[in-house]
Design a protein around this ligand. Sequence first.
Ligand SMILES: Nc1ncnc2c1ncn2[C@@H]1O[C@H](COP(=O)(O)OP(=O)(O)OP(=O)(O)O)[C@@H](O)[C@H]1O
Ligand SMILES: [Mg+2]
Length: 282
Amino acid sequence: MAGEEGLFEIEEWLRWERKRARTRRRTQEDRKVEEYVFDIPTLECLYKLAKRRIITAMGGPVSTGKEANVFHALSDKSVTGMKEIAVKIYKIETSTFDAMHEYIIGDPRFENIKKNKRSMVFAWTKKEFRNLKRAADAGVRVPKPVAADRNVLVMEFIGVDGVPEPLLREVANDIDKADAKRIFKDLVSYMRLLYNGARLVHADLSEFNIMAEGYIESENIRPVLIDFGQAVLLSHPNAEAFLRRDVRNVATFFKKLSVQCSEDEILRLVENGGRKETGRGR
Ligand SMILES: Nc1ncnc2c1ncn2[C@@H]1O[C@H](COP(=O)(O)OP(=O)(O)OP(=O)(O)O)[C@@H](O)[C@H]1O
Ligand SMILES: [Mg+2]
């Protein structure tokens, strides 16, 4: 976690990295390390965010994945309204251009992206930021987005004192039937708000992209939806198919927790908000 000890000054780090790049021949070992650390443009980006007091200290990684790393960090509360933040840094080299393209194509918000990895990742980062904003504005519980610049996304940290809340997947065994029902209801209402309010489909919704808020402090678990880069507008040609897949994942997970609800029923709740069909079609 970011704290007083172990805190590093981004500016100093940037200076050091630049010097290192200038003066040392990069060894194989360096290159390996850099896969997990930041390149200079990313550091410059973090530095800019630090100058704006959006980031005041970087902490350790919360998650290191194929597409992105997520770090815990601190912020100036008088600037962002939050003390703890999560900094998601998309990797450019290992990004999968084609996979991203499928979820960004036809999106009027991102019509003129250049056809290279870097531009795609920058657009993707902005897309996640905008999707989070739309979702939050519609009343869906998501990490509040703070800023997006290049491949860096800053958002509310879901956790306590540098410890992230677990994923729903990780706490499945601790959830009893009554709890499961309540979480399921919350989740379906968020899916409905996302669909009818934000006009978005998450498109990668499952117990792996839902955090269990409240778990750390032994409160009732409240679902928080994360990971919105691939979320699409309802106008996306595959929006309906993505929604069906999301619904299937949710139904499968909750069935294991003894919540009986058919995929069709969930779909109806999400699309129509539980209202009877009007006869005008979907
Ligand atoms: N706002 C947040 N606060 C706390 N932890 C977070 C936050 N966002 C993400 N995380 C943690 O980081 C992990 C990865 O985040 P996310 O799902 O957004 O990235 P991803 O695109 O799935 O990355 P990859 O698939 O490459 O691992 C999450 O499972 C969660 O544990
Ligand atoms: Mg994820």
